[in-house]
Design a protein around this ligand. Structure first.
Ligand SMILES: NC(=O)c1ccc[n+]([C@@H]2O[C@H](COP(=O)([O-])OP(=O)(O)OC[C@H]3O[C@@H](n4cnc5c(N)ncnc54)[C@H](OP(=O)(O)O)[C@@H]3O)[C@@H](O)[C@H]2O)c1
Length: 338
């Protein structure tokens, strides 16, 4: 079987992985099984916690695995018995001759699947399309490695960097397409977080809604941080999604509490005071900016004091994706690694 053959099978496995949900505690994983000649004979993907893992899903499509088969999977097969059995054992039991995977599993409990396979005499090849797979699964890989939720910080600002006008109004800085994009992003995360300041100023509902107003199937948990009381009739307390208020200013404490709740990906939607604290502590893993073609001036900056006094202390970012979105500009950025 050629290297191109294996690479194209991995590309297919990466496509399949995306059929599973982005939200939830588990990673998106895809798997294809090739016969000895390199033909795809089965495909599988993971549909979320409590359901079959990608490898087992693919194996279930076959009455028997032919001799010389290869399993190509986007993540190292797991080695632990959670709600489902270990995939490494399932692959061994099915008689797969070779396993190819893209990235290693950083989970303390689930890793070492490759070793188990090798010990059973299965040939193991790792690192095929590793950078593509790491990028695709960056949320789960980062959260698992750091043992805290992956943090995406998002804001909409005027092109001069203001998140509101002087009177505090911010509806709407960004256009319809940007807002639709943000709602889709909400539907793919586990929690949305804002400070009490945003709830009191804007009374947002913080649900994930389609353009026709319908709710997306998955609603993230709504998290409000801060000590002030929220009015009982605030929209964020309606019954269209779960809401928790964390009466603390400790950013590390907030992330620890969310991790305990099984939150893998939290989207910070402001306001400037809370957002600044995540930046200050180096706890933003990814930034999404919707930059609108309007000028507001004034003092309502999208981000507040970061404790930076000179250029030498600037927090550098790398732009990963920039695209026009309606009349706005969409920017995805990540902290520049040293
Ligand atoms: N353009 C955008 O994308 C966007 C997004 C959101 C908001 N906004 C605008 O932003 C304005 C509200 O800004 P804001 O900065 O007051 O809102 P905020 O950041 O949502 O809320 C600030 C409050 O959060 C609580 N808090 C929790 N942890 C904190 C910490 N570590 N540090 C500081 N505060 C913490 C405090 O509440 P307690 O005093 O209750 O403890 C604080 O007063 C509104 O005008 C809104 O329209 C714009």
């Amino acid at each position: 079987m050629s290297h191109e053959n294996i690479e194209s099978a991995m590309r297919r496995a990466l496509e399949l992985a995306l059929l599973g949900p982005a939200w939830g505690v588990n990673p998106q994983v895809g798997c294809v099984i090739l016969d000895a000649s390199g033909q795809i004979i089965a495909e599988g993907w993971h549909r979320g916690a409590g359901t079959a893992h990608a490898e087992v899903d693919a194996l279930s499509k076959l009455a028997a695995v032919p001799a010389g088969a290869t399993a190509v999977v986007t993540l190292e097969p797991c080695n632990h018995t959670g709600r489902t059995g270990p995939c490494a054992q399932a692959l061994i039991a099915a008689g797969v001759s070779r396993v190819v995977y893209a990235v290693a599993d950083p989970g303390a409990e689930s890793s070492q699947g490759a070793q188990t396979l090798r010990d059973a005499g299965v040939e193991v090849i790792e690192g095929v399309l590793a950078s593509e797979a790491s990028e695709q699964n960056r949320v789960w890989l980062t959260a698992t490695r750091l043992q805290r939720p992956y943090v995406t910080l998002k804001w909409a600002s005027s092109i001069d960097g203001r998140a509101a006008a002087n009177d505090g109004t911010s509806k709407w800085i960004s256009g319809e397409e940007s807002r639709a994009d943000c709602h889709k992003m909400r539907s793919e995360v586990d929690a949305i977080l804002v400070g009490t300041g945003t709830v009191l100023a804007d009374d947002p509902e913080l649900t994930a809604r389609k353009s026709n107003g319908e709710l997306y199937e998955h609603q993230p948990m709504r998290v409000v941080v801060g000590n002030r009381e929220i009015a009982a009739d605030a929209r964020v307390l309606n019954d269209r999604a779960e809401t928790v208020q964390l009466r603390t200013h400790s950013i590390h404490g907030i992330l620890a509490a969310l991790w305990q709740e099984g939150i893998k990906h939290v989207l910070i939607e402001g306001g400037p005071m809370v957002a600044s604290q995540f930046v200050r502590f180096g706890l933003a893993d990814q930034y999404i900016f919707y930059l609108a073609p309007l000028l507001l001036g004034g003092s309502r900056n999208a981000i507040r004091e970061l404790g930076i006094e000179s250029m030498a202390e600037a927090k550098h970012l790398d732009f990963v994706e920039i695209k026009p979105l309606g009349g706005d500009i969409f920017v995805r950025a990540v902290p520049r690694s040293a």
